[in-house]
Design a protein. Structure first.
Length: 168
C-alpha cells in the first residue's frame, strides 16, 4: 500500500513541476560597460516570451501518470482488503476447528478408549476393540495437531497480511 501511495504523491509533484515549467523564467541582470572613456551601468530583467510552447504535453503526461497511479492505488487497496478478508476467514475456520477438537472430539476419543479398556478388563470385549479404540484416539489426536498447525499457519498469514502482531 505504501508504494502506490508514494507514487501518487510523486505524480502530483511532477504535475506541479510541469506547470512551473510552463511559466517563463524571469532573469534579472546587472553590469557595467566601458566604451573608451565612457562607463555605462546596465540593469534589467529578461522575460522570454513563450508564444507556442506552454509545456502542455509535459503537463498532460504528468496528469496521465497521476491517473494511472491513482488507479493502481485503488487496485492495491481492493487487493489488500481481499487478502485480509481471505486470511481472516481462514483464521476463523481454523480457530473453530481447533475449538471443536478441544471441546468434543478429543474428549470423545479418550472416553471411547477408556470404555473399551474397562470393557476388556471386565472380559466383555476382545482386545481388538481396545486396540481399535486406541488407534481411533491416536488418529483424532494426530488430526488435532494438524488442525492446530493449520491454525498457527493461518494466524501467521493473517499477521503478515495485516502487518502487525495479533493476539488471538
Amino acid at each position: 500500500m505504501q508504494a502506490p501511495e508514494r507514487e501518487v504523491g510523486a505524480t502530483r509533484e511532477r504535475i506541479l513541476l510541469e506547470e512551473a515549467r510552463a511559466k517563463p523564467d524571469m532573469s534579472p541582470f546587472a553590469g557595467n560597460k566601458r566604451v573608451a572613456s565612457d562607463d555605462t551601468v546596465m540593469f534589467g530583467v529578461t522575460i522570454p516570451l513563450k508564444v507556442r510552447d506552454r509545456n502542455q504535453a509535459g503537463i498532460a503526461r504528468a496528469q496521465a501518470d497521476e491517473k494511472a497511479a491513482v488507479a493502481l492505488l485503488e487496485v492495491a487497496k481492493s487487493h489488500t482488503v481481499e487478502e485480509v478478508n481471505a486470511a481472516y476467514a481462514a483464521f476463523q475456520t481454523a480457530r473453530e476447528q481447533v475449538q471443536t477438537f478441544r471441546d468434543e472430539l478429543l474428549n470423545q476419543a479418550d472416553e471411547s478408549r477408556a470404555i473399551a479398556l474397562a470393557a476388556y478388563q471386565e472380559g466383555a470385549t476382545p482386545l481388538l476393540s481396545v486396540l481399535e479404540a486406541q488407534r481411533t484416539r491416536a488418529e483424532v489426536r494426530q488430526q488435532y495437531f494438524r488442525t492446530l498447525f493449520d491454525y498457527q499457519t493461518s494466524l501467521s498469514e493473517l499477521e503478515l497480511t495485516v502487518g502487525k502482531e495479533i493476539q488471538p
